[in-house]
Design a protein around this ligand. Structure first.
Ligand code: NAD
Length: 433
């Protein structure tokens, strides 16, 4: 019943522009094409940059607690490994498919380039709705998926981290499965794991802290501060919830938040600490007594200073982007804005701080975690917070300077930096054989 296979990416007969699929992968390819055009690369290099190095598609069978057997599809894609091991999250979501994982893996390559980490980009996913399964079922799915992709991962080859639908417990299961099969404990095979097994202080809030740092840097450029600005956050998961809390801690007014069940709004500001307790008790932001209900569509169109999409891809398309009244869109999620949505936001004067920069705080502290695990020497929370803020703020200013120098958007500038660092590694290493 169980099958697994390593698939070679499909290559066309003759060099031509890369194929343009739909959805997140289409957006990722369009963004790459824009950066390649700015950089003046030829078609051969473009194709190298557009094509994943390795992909694996595995069957993940699960014996349910009831005794019934069900089967899921799992994927791992290493988009690029020229600057170092592949790095990227593991996603559990029913809509996961190979093209989504390819897009997310490509964005990881550029992201690691933008914040100058010695990594390539990778991503994994299982097409499963984790809310429908017990903890022990999810443990079995995770261990089986890990066993199936074992030939591809490792602390020097491909390092996983949590993403949508997975968390530090998932990473502990991956790390344990990998370690047991290798015969000794290998904490550096995953990041975002619990502190008890070699996790890093500050990892749980790192993506969110990075979002707040780049927002502060963008506001400072125009002589403003976070204090008093209004913020709406879509998604109240690992990224959105801590972003809301950290914005509030820096004096911003969190005017609205949402999750997949709906949203809430309070123009005077949501008490985020109390909201955490409500979500812990009910599983959703919906029904919070200190706010009024709104839909996700209404949240995206609120008259706030900063909009943080921190849930799923593609929520700001040609139509929804046209309704955005925020001055800044700071992309907590990966790929929340389509190419058409991007054009509309630019036309309407909305500044977009792109995902590959805005949500890079997670991979930055993942890198710190990996360095600590490799050194078996752990840093203090203060050291990590300081290094994270420095890396995010420096990267923001590099991207902003590039945007000014070339008269392009922050997204194009970030992509130019990330793609160029990757292409430089290709060129310097040369082509084997
Ligand atoms: P999560 O699973 O912890 O939370 C996702 C949140 O989004 C939940 O509140 C969920 O209810 C909500 N949601 C799901 N579908 C929705 C919909 N259709 N409309 C509105 N809300 C919806 O996931 P996360 O780790 O917070 O990741 C969120 C995004 O951030 C993803 O795009 C992920 O790739 C990206 N990201 C995560 C990290 C990280 O460190 N976790 C790092 C970088 C980027």
């Amino acid at each position: 019943m169980t099958t697994s296979s390593i698939t070679t990416p499909e290559l066309p007969d003759a060099p031509s522009v890369p194929p343009r699929p739909a959805g997140a992968l289409a957006t990722a390819h369009e963004q790459l094409a824009t950066a390649v055009e700015h950089l003046g690369y030829d078609e051969g290099l473009h194709r190298m940059l557009a094509t994943p190095r390795r992909e694996i598609h595995v069957a993940v069978p699960l014996r349910r607690d009831s005794g019934e057997t069900v089967l899921f599809h799992g994927f791992r894609v290493q988009h690029n490994v020229s600057r170092g091991p592949g790095k990227g999250g593991l996603r559990y979501h029913p809509s996961v498919d190979i093209d989504e994982v390819r897009a997310l893996a490509m964005w990881m390559t550029w992201k690691c380039g933008v914040v100058d980490l010695p990594y390539g980009g990778a991503k994994g996913g299982v097409a499963i709705d984790p809310r429908e399964y017990s903890t022990s079922e999810l443990e079995r799915v995770t261990r089986r998926y890990t066993s199936e992709i074992m030939p591809m991962i490792g602390p020097d080859t491909d390092i996983m981290a949590p993403d949508m639908g997975t968390d530090s417990q998932t990473m502990a299961w991956v790390m344990d499965t990998y370690s047991v099969n290798r015969g000794h404990t290998i904490p550096a095979v995953v990041t975002g794991k619990p502190l008890a097994v070699g996790g890093s202080l500050g990892r749980g809030t790192a993506t969110s802290a990075g979002i707040v740092h780049v927002t502060a840097a963008a506001l400072e450029e125009v002589g403003e501060k976070l204090d008093g600005v209004s913020v709406a956050v879509q998604g109240f998961g690992k990224v959105g919830s801590h972003a809301a809390a950290l914005f509030a801690a820096r004096g911003a007014r969190v005017a609205a938040v949402s999750d997949q069940y709906g949203g809430i709004r309070a123009d005077t500001g949501i008490d985020v600490d109390r909201l955490f307790a409500h979500v812990a008790a009910t599983g959703s932001v919906v029904g919070f007594d200190g706010a009024d209900p709104i839909s996700n569509a209404e949240l995206l169109a609120l008259d706030v200073d900063v909009l943080v999409p921190a849930a799923v891809e593609g929520v700001l398309d040609e139509v929804t982007a046209g309704r955005v009244r925020a001055r800044y869109v700071v992309e907590g999620a990966n790929g929340p804005t389509t190419t058409a949505g991007d054009r509309v936001l630019a036309k309407n004067g909305v500044t977009v701080v792109p995902d590959v920069l805005a949500n890079a705080g997670g991979v930055v502290v993942s890198y710190f975690e990996w360095v600590q695990a490799n050194q078996t020497y752990w840093w203090t929370e203060h050291e990590i917070a300081e290094k994270l803020e420095h890396r995010m703020t420096t990267s923001y200013h590099e991207v902003s300077a590039m945007a000014r120098a070339h008269g392009v958007s922050l997204r194009d500038a970030a992509l130019i930096i990330g793609v160029k660092r990757t292409a430089d590694a290709h060129e310097i290493r040369g082509l084997y054989p």
